[in-house]
Design a protein. Sequence first.
Length: 248
Amino acid sequence: MRRRYTAADVAVLTQDEASRFVPSGAGDPRTDITLAWELLYRLEPKLYDRLVNAEHLHPGVLGWLPDNVDRIVEVAAGTGRLTLELVHRGREVVAIEPAGPLREILNQKLVQADHGHRAQVINGFFDDLPVPDASADLVVACSALTPAPGHGGEPGLAEMERVCGRGGCVVIVWPNEVPWLAAHGYRYVSFDGDMFVEFASHEEAIELTEIFYPGVVGEVRRRGWRWVPYEVLGINPPCDLAFKVIAQ
Ligand SMILES: C[S@@+](CC[C@H](N)C(=O)[O-])C[C@H]1O[C@@H](n2cnc3c(N)ncnc32)[C@H](O)[C@@H]1O
């Protein structure tokens, strides 16, 4: 990933995106891995979607999320890993996602799953959510919010809480910075069990680890793996969440 894109590719970002992802004006995806991921979403969204399709959320996380809520807002919905799980749970679901190519894939998936009518997919950023105050019972983000202002930060967390009605719940699934969330009053829940990135085939495991986890592709080849343990990849598995109930 560090060598996949060059500074010239940054031109794909819109002005709104560039102001968040390259606030200094000049960015280089070879030295800024977060920027490289943003370019992946826009330049090779299908490649990104293939990776996400292999990274299933822990069933405990899905079981924990509330069912039967009125209105759900999901921020940074991507290609819908969580959105497709949420559409059954709310009367109305608003999925906010800034990357146009990811919104397109998500819309296609919702239509294919016959849920196009239930979920609305819209453009927006953590720090300026295009939804009214206290308009949702569940406000959720998965594998997206970080303390960095370009990816939410303090303004993003405050926006998620603004949008959540009293007695409603803000949930950060697969959080990357638990102590930061704990300092903001979030409680942490984690589910046990071995977890794997579940590629569709051994060939796909080789192809995608070569791109996303080049340090382990040798082991994947040698062991003939299709499923790769998260501990081998050296990343936390998607088995946890942090949540806050908004005071009545
Ligand atoms: C790793 S992906 C996760 C996508 C999806 N939530 C999932 O779990 O599959 C991170 C997502 O955050 C979105 N994102 C990045 N910066 C953002 C921002 N400032 N505001 C809203 N979304 C953002 C990206 O476009 C991308 O869809």
